[in-house]
Design a protein around this ligand. Structure first.
Ligand SMILES: Nc1ncnc2c1ncn2[C@@H]1O[C@H](COP(=O)(O)OP(=O)(O)O)[C@@H](O)[C@H]1O
Ligand SMILES: Cc1cn([C@H]2C[C@H](O)[C@@H](COP(=O)(O)OP(=O)(O)O)O2)c(=O)[nH]c1=O
Length: 209
């Protein structure tokens, strides 16, 4: 595969969507062919799986069921959207990928990072991002940012307690230590311009290396 696969991680409200849009514009202006996507990314089968996961009425969903459904939606999106773009030599910017499952289901839900990694390795079959930018932010600040934006829908994961979201952050910080070569941590508690500049620099370094 000729393209570059980059994923972006962090708590809800960390600024992933905002920064990805800016990075996409920047890279396009530099002459690269870029797509930005997010799971389920408009892929019909993956959308349907995701609707089942995030439906606030599904309070009885078992944690392993949740992890398997995320992995299934990921697989479908990868095959239909990410891999074709990489094969065309494009840069793919993906809002959340495997590390979301490791942090949310593996660590915060307590299923175990290694267990969730195993089912995701099966799902992605070797197609890992070459670089992951993790936006680190106190989840409280992320939720405050989201609450200011009244247009955003509230999903089943948003309804989790604060302690869940703090565990997600702890999970991410463990992943940063474990996958040092792949994950780069960025302090997201700064202005949009500052976060964008650092992110663009990290990505350009990886493309040029
Ligand atoms: N660095 C920042 N400082 C202040 N507000 C921000 C920052 N980055 C994003 N926001 C705002 O926070 C909200 C959530 O941002 P968004 O990019 O949707 O986050 P995510 O995709 O990580 O959930 C949006 O209203 C966005 O404008
Ligand atoms: C991709 C993924 C997301 N999630 C969670 C994170 C979010 O709370 C929720 C919805 O993700 P998403 O639609 O990416 O929401 P946001 O725009 O807030 O980032 O699903 C997992 O728990 N595991 C996963 O593998």
């Amino acid at each position: 595969m000729a393209g570059y696969f980059f994923s972006f991680e962090g708590p809800d409200g960390a600024g992933k969507t905002t920064i990805i849009q800016l990075v996409e514009k920047f890279l396009t202006e530099q002459g690269f062919e870029v797509i930005s996507t997010r799971e389920p990314g408009g892929i019909e089968i993956a959308e349907k799986i995701r609707a089942v996961i995030l439906n606030p009425e599904h309070k009885s969903m078992d944690a392993r069921t949740e992890a398997l459904l995320y992995a299934a939606a990921r697989r479908q999106h990868l095959v239909e959207r990410v891999v074709p773009a990489l094969n065309e030599g494009k840069i793919v910017l993906c809002d959340r990928f495997i590390d979301s499952s490791l942090a949310y289901q593996g660590f915060a839900r307590g299923l175990g990072i290694d267990e969730v990694l195993a089912i995701n390795e099966f799902a992605i079959n070797g197609c890992m991002p070459s670089l992951t930018v993790y936006f680190d932010l106190d989840p409280k600040i992320g939720l405050e940012r989201i609450n200011k934006n009244k247009l955003r829908e509230i999903n089943r994961l948003d309804m989790e307690s604060f302690s869940f979201h703090y565990k997600v952050r702890e999970g991410y910080l463990q992943l940063v230590k474990r996958f040092k070569d792949r994950i780069i941590q960025v302090d997201a508690n700064r202005t949009i311009d500052e976060v964008f500049e650092e992110t663009a620099k990290i990505i350009m370094q990886r493309i040029q290396s």
